[in-house]
Design a protein around this ligand. Structure first.
Ligand SMILES: Nc1ncnc2c1ncn2[C@@H]1O[C@H](COP(=O)(O)OP(=O)(O)OP(=O)(O)O)[C@@H](O)[C@H]1O
Ligand SMILES: [Mg+2]
Ligand SMILES: [Zn+2]
Length: 453
């Protein structure tokens, strides 16, 4: 490479260009390209000869170490795997440093744990530890940003290493400032290499950009074994840890915590959290028996359908996909002749949860109809089912688990798709209402209305 050759990198996708461009040709983002020094990439394991082997897993096992914070172990797929690298992203102040300090303190009872901070002073961290009641744990603390110094000082006898945060690290052999694509990539490579060769579990904190994705090129997410996002709403103490990628487990697990004075606390029965605010006898409220990963979770869907004074009525959703709302409104309009075109529609999933399952369609439709027609859906009813474009109600996965959970929480009426593989005899205490089309659903609502009178 010529000595004075200039290189430019896209901070979103890491694409490399010989000159500056306003828009990245790879990922299409604007204003993401900046000049940087060329990276000198090393191969991770640095061998010059490879030895091949078979696929037999004999003698190898995925050892898992549990932290004791059950919700955290759950999102990792049952505990931390030695040698794995976990990236945790989240909004500023959401509690990333707090949860990692708690996890590390828990691991430090039996393992050697090191916490390296590049953004807070030791004093700040000690004060936090004091508040969380963890001052007497065996966690070793240091403030450092030079990745080479970190790796040489941490030593191979360390079992758990937390880096807070990857964006503050720098590698002195590269001239660019911390947080640039090159620095991020080089530091991450070095730490991943360290984790794999010494079987240390490394947790990396990652900042997020205003779009809510981890700052830096997407390749950072490709490089690590597991990516978790820590989410929560302002003014709400509920925090959700979501798996986005996991090489050692399922990637649709959720961990639910409550942020308190003494740190994050497991919430063992999340359905109770999302249902406690259930108000009696108001139209528009319906319970949905959802699944988050392997765990059934009951949540409340609320909607408000009100007269609109706008030329194009408002449609607003919180916690759900707006395109699915458009679809359900269209199906309702065309199949049932109930009009929403002169109404504003607001839909919300209570408790700050985000739901992406199509299985929630039926609950949404029911809630919309309930608010539109001013019919109360009684408290003991919950529903599951996906709605197709022709108005048919389709069956959903894991029906039995959903029904079990609903029954356990006291729901005695369950509305579900006609084709579900549920045997009524297995749940003698529950009354099932099977619906095959959206027309059946409207007919059922008609019955409800008569019962109420
Ligand atoms: N005394 C307290 N009582 C209750 N909660 C507190 C208290 N002090 C801090 N917190 C909570 O801890 C949060 C800060 O946690 P933490 O520093 O772990 O976040 P972070 O994600 O690491 O932030 P950053 O991105 O700035 O590093 C605050 O937003 C607040 O919710
Ligand atoms: Mg922090
Ligand atoms: Zn790009």
């Amino acid at each position: 490479m010529a000595k004075n050759e200039r290189v430019f990198y896209c901070s979103e996708c890491g694409a490399r260009y010989p000159k500056w461009l306003g828009r990245c040709e790879d990922c299409g983002q604007w204003n993401t390209i900046a000049e940087d020094v060329p990276s000198r990439e090393k191969t991770i394991f640095g061998k010059d000869h490879i030895e091949f082997q078979g696929l037999s897993a004999e003698g190898k096992s995925t050892r898992r170490i549990k932290s004791g914070l059950a919700e955290f172990d759950r999102v990792l797929g049952g505990g931390a795997v030695p040698g794995s690298v976990v990236l945790i992203g989240g909004e500023p102040g959401i509690g990333k440093s707090t949860i990692l300090l708690q996890i590390l303190a828990a691991f430090s009872e039996k393992h050697r744990c090191v916490y390296i901070s590049g953004e807070e002073s030791a004093e700040q961290i000690c004060l936090r530890a004091e508040r969380l009641g963890l001052s007497s744990s065996n966690v070793k603390l240091a403030c450092e940003t030079n990745v080479d110094v970190i790796i040489s000082s941490v030593g191979s006898d360390t079992d758990f290493l937390v880096i807070d945060s990857i964006q503050t690290l720098c590698c002195k052999s590269i001239d660019s400032i911390p947080g640039t694509v090159n620095q991020l990539r080089t530091c991450a490579y070095a730490l991943i290499n360290f984790a794999k060769t010494t079987s240390t579990t490394v947790f990396l904190v990652g900042h997020v950009t205003k779009d809510g994705v981890i700052a830096g090129p997407k390749i950072l997410e490709h490089m690590v074994d597991c990516v978790l996002y820590f989410e929560g709403e302002k003014g709400n103490s509920c925090r959700i840890l979501r798996t986005v990628k996991n090489r050692y487990g399922s990637c649709d697990e959720l961990g639910i915590f409550e942020m308190s004075q003494s740190g994050l606390v497991n919430i063992e029965n999340p359905s109770s959290l999302f249902l406690t605010s259930r108000s009696d006898n108001v139209p528009g409220t319906v319970t949905f028996a959802g699944m988050e990963g392997t765990r059934p979770m009951l949540v409340e869907v609320q909607s408000l359908v009100s007269k609109s004074y706008l030329t194009s009525p408002r449609r607003t959703v919180i916690g759900w996909d707006i395109n699915r709302l458009f679809m359900i409104l269209a199906v309702l309009e065309s199949k049932t002749k109930i009009s929403f075109s002169d109404r504003d529609v607001y839909l919300s999933i209570v408790g700050g949860l985000k739901i992406s399952e199509p299985a929630c369609d039926l609950a949404v439709a029911l809630s919309l109809l309930s608010s539109r027609k001013n019919i109360v859906i009684p408290n003991g009813i919950c529903s599951i089912g996906e709605i197709g474009l022709t108005g048919e109600i389709r069956s959903v996965p894991k029906c039995v688990e959903r029904v079990k959970e609903s029954s356990k929480l006291g729901f005695r009426h369950i509305i579900l798709p006609g084709l579900s593989n549920i045997d009524g005899k297995d749940f003698p205490e529950v009354k099932f209402k099977r619906v095959n089309t959206i027309i059946d659903l409207v007919a059922f609502l008609g019955e409800e209305m008569r019962n109420d009178e």
